[in-house]
Design a protein around this ligand. Structure first.
Ligand code: G6P
Ligand code: MG
Length: 214
């Protein structure tokens, strides 16, 4: 049976992708660069530092390491302003119900996110109590598509990777789960999330039975 379910945060549990997008776009535009939704898609699941590097690269802009640190902080300050105003209304459809039914079935839950703001977000939307373990951007050294974040979650829950199910909205995250030998449910569009064992438009479409059949 399933030993653990590991959830990505941004785009799976809550729609913070829009806040990341707004903050990066504001920064890119201030630097005189463009920032499209297609580019934003490539940043999903990617760490803050790496995201900035890519935005600078796309804009043909070069900045020193010190300047990059200032810019990343600036983006994060805007982002934190937005997430500090989040409420439970922003939980994506089906997320709370699925987490509750997984726990009711005796299966452990972990968060596996690249975000350093993960705990604040879960606290704001009231979902912190539904996670047994949080593995986030503060506790990993390699980011997705490296499987570290998910393997750490599995290890903390004493779960075998092959008996873990990961929920992801990002291509990098699906690759990470697969690299870790886990099953993965993609949340989003089939055309974007090829490689997932199952793709759903939202977590409302799945229940424990669906997961047990994976
Ligand atoms: C998630 C998001 C990314 C974000 C990353 C780091 O993976 O999908 O867009 O860049 O977390 O988030 P942070 O809150 O630490 O800047
Ligand atoms: Mg995500």
């Amino acid at each position: 049976g399933i030993e653990a379910c590991i959830f990505d945060l941004d785009g799976v549990i809550v729609d913070t992708a829009i806040y990341h997008y707004k903050a990066w776009k504001r920064l890119a535009n201030e630097l005189g660069a463009d920032f499209t939704e297609t580019q934003n898609e490539k940043l999903k699941g990617i760490s803050r530092v790496r995201s900035l590097e890519l935005i600078l690269e796309w804009g043909g802009i070069s900045k020193t390491a010190d300047e990059q640190a200032v810019l990343a902080t600036r983006k994060n300050d805007w982002y934190v302003d937005m997430i500090n105003r989040m409420t439970p209304d922003e939980i994506l459809p089906g997320a709370r119900e699925l987490l509750e039914s997984i726990r009711a079935a005796g299966i452990k839950t972990a968060l596996g996110s690249a975000s350093k703001n993960a705990a604040v977000i879960l606290e704001k939307v009231g979902l912190l109590p539904l996670f047994d373990v949080l593995v986030d951007g503060n506790s990993v050294s390699s980011s997705k598509p490296d499987p570290e974040v998910f393997l750490k979650g599995a290890a903390a829950l004493h779960a075998a990777p092959a008996k873990c199910i990961v929920f992801e909205d990002a291509i990098a995250g699906i690759e990470a789960a697969k690299a870790g030998g886990m099953k993965v449910v993609g949340v989003g569009e089939q055309a974007v999330l090829q490689g997932a064992d199952l793709v759903v438009g939202s977590l409302e479409e799945i229940n424990i039975q669906t997961l047990q059949q994976l």
